[in-house]
Design a protein around this ligand. Structure first.
Ligand code: GLN
Length: 597
């Protein structure tokens, strides 16, 4: 076996196993262990972070963990959803455009997930309807139960077996997070499928953790258990009984509150976990471990005898290091979707990872790009003044990805300001295109240079439409997922930052590209377009050697940043802001650069 020898083996003959939930191994059956995380009372409880943290604790016990996120909405994937409404669209290696919670799983568990690890109602119905059209149901009436529920169970069974940690063989445990709140109409088929799944895989292979809220009301400040009681009752009415409760609260739960929850929710007192407010999210796995969450889960899954003690030393160091950092760095983020910070969640996380490596706290100032524009001086003078004051105060400026022309002129002004004032600049995807347009306008004198995305009639197209997919459909038509960038020289910042390499593999999500016809003129004017795709046509990386740090990347390096492995362009950007880039590079070139954590 490839899996640390922890899988539970059952002989085919001895136990009647529903084959969908087991992987075969030479006549024996390896049972997948499922941990389902549901949510109750209100949305926004941090169910994703709780589920990822549970995964971290289980992984620290020597188990191989994968995860599935269920989003009961109808969209097939998150690709067409507005970041204003739903937060960022996370992009996977395989090009999957998925819910941002998958980013939490990848970062926390250090795994690489596939698009199938995100299940939506749309995907399930699409697969069932395709089968129906093919005639696979042999004339039967196709119904939610059993056809939709079977499709959900089959999907979970097959996806849970995909290795996600670079090792061979199926993982030991699959953490399934059910999005939404128990009782939502749209999650009903999933609840029913999960109820059936719990029954088919058996007690020892299924552990349900319900995340709930314990509010404090009134002057007396009493911790209220009733909302949790109601949501557990709702869950039980649907046929699922939680084995553990993870209760969110501002302050630690009182013993009396726990006793009440245990009695009324039918959950053992030892299995009532409390996630109270903590200074940073890396404390959550530690909080769970301190309450012996792993013992409760492993006991339920009959894995106690084979799992190891949780080893969370590096998490502890990271959580504590962050608490003790006193210096900060001011980062201006000039974007379109600044109202909802989740719209740039991975960028914010990548900045955080890079800052911790530099022993700095990120002080991110969000600037709505449109507030920097000249028009805003007349329409909203105060916002305009604040935006410029913030920008000028920043130690570094980042323009992240985006779509559509809103705020583009403001982003161009920010890029120009950074270039002319030697302020470190990192342009990601749209942010790189912006820097190229600005350079074409200011340095090449092509005043109307633009992207055809914003001005289809521009006489100077600096950025043009070069889709990999369809020109007519919006869903899944972009240049998506991991693509290779070849660096034309090792004598450039990007190569040095990535460890003196000739190529980098990063994730993409875009339709437009720097116009190959302007590359030569830009290069002659000093802008180096040193990274190209394998055809040599698409520009992937831009650097301005005469500037301390003026870097643009067509890809999204933020998606592969990890807490203890910050993304190289982000690390270089923060090092430059802190005036430590050169030291970092000479240190790194000796092959000795390592994180202090
Ligand atoms: N809108 C630009 C494009 O499609 C940039 C996309 C992005 O920033 N992700 O190419």
């Amino acid at each position: 076996m490839q899996t640390l020898g922890l899988r539970v083996l059952l002989t085919m003959a001895s136990i009647c196993v529903d084959p969908r939930f087991a992987a075969e191994n030479g006549g024996e059956i390896e049972r997948m262990k499922y941990v389902l995380v549901t949510g109750g009372v209100v949305s926004g409880l941090g169910k994703g972070v709780t589920a990822s943290s549970i995964g971290v604790v289980l992984k620290s016990c020597g188990l191989r963990v994968t995860s599935i996120k269920i989003d009961p909405y109808l969209n097939t994937d998150a690709g067409t959803m507005s970041p204003f409404e739903h937060g960022e669209v996370f992009v996977l290696d395989d090009g999957g455009e998925v819910d941002l919670d998958l980013g939490n799983y990848e970062r926390f568990l250090d795994v690489t997930l596939t698009k199938d690890n995100n299940i939506t109602t749309g995907k399930i119905y699409q697969s069932v309807l395709e089968k129906e059209r093919r005639g696979d149901y042999l004339g039967k009436t196709v119904q939610v139960v059993p056809h939709i529920t079977d499709a959900i169970k089959d999907w979970i069974a097959s996806v849970s077996l995909i290795p996600v940690d670079g090792k061979e063989g199926p993982p030991d445990i699959c953490v399934i997070e059910l999005g939404g709140t128990v009782g939502d109409i749209e999650s009903m088929p999933f609840i029913e499928a999960l109820r059936q799944l719990s029954f088919s895989v058996g007690q020892e292979n299924f552990c349900l953790i319900h995340v709930s809220l314990i509010p404090v009301l009134g002057v007396v400040g009493e911790q209220k258990t009733k909302p949790t009681q109601h949501s557990v009752r709702e869950l039980r009415a649907l046929g699922l009984t939680p084995h553990l409760l993870a209760c969110r609260s501002a302050q630690p739960l009182l013993e009396t509150t726990k006793a009440k929850l245990s009695q009324f929710c039918h959950v053992q007192a030892a299995n009532i976990l409390n996630i109270h407010d903590v200074p940073n999210i890396w404390h959550i796995p530690l909080l769970l471990r301190n309450q012996n969450a792993h013992l409760s889960i492993l006991k339920q899954l009959n894995l106690l005898s084979i799992a190891t003690q949780p080893a969370l030393d590096s998490w502890t160091r990271m959580a504590e290091t962050f608490d003790n950092i006193t210096n900060s760095v001011k980062i201006s983020m000039v974007g379109k979707y600044v109202g909802l910070t989740d719209s740039y969640l991975s960028v914010a996380k990548a900045l955080l990872h890079a800052c911790i490596a530099c022993s700095l706290k990120p002080q991110v100032e969000w600037i709505a790009a449109s507030d920097l524009e000249d028009e805003s001086k007349k329409s909203t003078p105060e916002a305009h003044a604040v935006a410029w004051k913030t920008l000028k105060n920043a130690e570094c400026i980042l323009v992240p990805g985006g779509f559509g022309d809103r705020g583009v002129s403001g982003m161009i002004l920010a890029a120009k300001y950074a270039r002319e004032n030697n302020v470190p600049y990192l342009g990601i995807c749209l942010g790189m295109q912006i820097a190229v347009i600005e350079y074409a306008r200011s340095v090449l004198g092509r005043e109307r240079a633009n992207s055809t995305e914003f001005d289809a009639q521009t006489p100077d197209p600096a950025v043009i439409f070069m889709p990999e997919g369809s020109r007519t459909h919006m869903g899944s038509t972009m240049r998506l997922g991991s693509r290779r960038t070849l660096l034309q020289t090792r004598d450039c910042l990007t190569s040095k930052l990535y460890g003196n390499t000739d190529y980098v593999d990063e994730r993409h999500r875009h339709r437009y590209e720097v116009n190959p016809e302007v590359v030569q003129a830009l290069e002659e004017a000093g802008l180096k377009l040193i990274g190209k795709d394998e055809t040599g046509k698409r520009v992937e990386v831009m650097e301005l050697p005469s500037h301390p740090f003026y870097v643009g990347v067509q890809f999204h390096p933020e998606f592969k940043s990890r807490p203890r492995r910050p993304s190289p362009p982000f690390l270089g950007f923060i090092m430059a802001a802190a005036g430590r880039l050169e030291t970092h590079l000479s240190f790194g070139q000796n092959g000795s650069a390592s994180m202090s954590l």
